[in-house]
Design a protein around this ligand. Structure first.
Ligand code: ADP
Ligand code: MG
Length: 167
């Protein structure tokens, strides 16, 4: 119902290939507004970077997007700037490092962090949290998106609407 959608905070879908996870990321990239914060959670090889590659495409970024394992943060310029952080290398103490992640979250672009659970204290209240998990089949992934705060709830509604149109 309309009311159900207005109050919606979490949603999940299953992707059946890397291309589908990319497509989902692309939808988010198309509807993203300034000051979008995306927190990615999932094991190695879950598909976090694959999702970010789609997100970058949706923002009109051409050229390869790879995991910024050594630099921690990579910046790209598209319709909006994309800040792609991957704190895997820093491990559970990542929040203690002076990464300036808060500035990316407060900036006018799209900030995405892989292994977001390791920088929990630095995350903004209004954000989109995306969990990616392997499902039964080899190329299937359950992607769960949870929005907190009004801006990201609106964004999530838009992603869901477009995803159902796309499928
Ligand atoms: P992460 O960043 O979470 O470590 P990557 O995106 O780098 O993961 O890698 C995901 C791997 O899983 C890639 O080799 C990709 O081809 C594969 N894969 C298989 N099925 C999917 C799917 N449905 N979504 C995303 N990746 C998938
Ligand atoms: Mg990755």
């Amino acid at each position: 119902t309309e009311q159900g959608a207005a109050q919606l905070k979490a949603w999940r879908t299953t992707t059946r290939s890397p291309g589908e996870t990319r497509a989902l990321g692309r939808l988010l990239g198309k509807v993203a507004k300034p000051q979008t914060s995306v927190c990615l959670i999932g094991d190695l090889g879950a598909g976090k970077t694959t999702f970010v590659q789609g997100l970058a495409e949706g923002l009109g970024i051409s050229g390869p997007v790879t995991s910024p394992t050594f630099t921690i943060v990579s910046e790209y310029q598209g319709r909006l700037p994309l800040y792609h952080a991957d704190v895997y290398r820093l491990g559970e103490a990542a929040a203690e490092e002076p990464l300036g992640l808060e500035e990316y979250f407060e900036g006018n672009g799209v900030a995405v962090v892989e292994w977001a659970e390791w920088v929990e204290p630095l995350l903004p209240d209004d954000r989109l949290t995306i969990r990616i998990e392997r499902a039964g089949e080899a190329n299937a992934r359950v992607v769960e998106m949870a929005a907190s705060g009004p801006r990201h709830r609106a964004l999530l509604r838009e992603v869901i609407r477009r995803w159902s149109d796309w499928q």
